[in-house]
Design a protein around this ligand. Structure first.
Ligand SMILES: [Zn+2]
Length: 71
């Protein structure tokens, strides 16, 4: 590979990596939890054939965001 080409490619690659990492960290912790709608608490009950008793039941702290309301 030509050394001049490498000088161009390396900074571009680093820039892409930087934008990618920045985008990921900015997204994390800012999205409202879709499971508890941002409250951090859930009260779920719906028919579930796989669950014991045939019902899915969950009450209290949201397991998706662990009560923070954001993911
Ligand atoms: Zn949640």
């Amino acid at each position: 590979m030509d050394a001049n080409l490498l000088i161009i490619i390396v900074p571009i690659g680093l820039m892409i990596a930087f934008v990618f990492i920045n985008g990921r960290s900015a997204k994390k912790g800012r999205m409202k939890c879709t499971r508890c709608e941002g409250t951090g608490e859930i009260n779920e009950k719906w028919p579930d054939v796989d669950a014991p008793g045939g019902w899915h039941k969950l009450d209290g702290i949201c397991p998706k965001c662990k009560g923070k309301g954001k993911v």
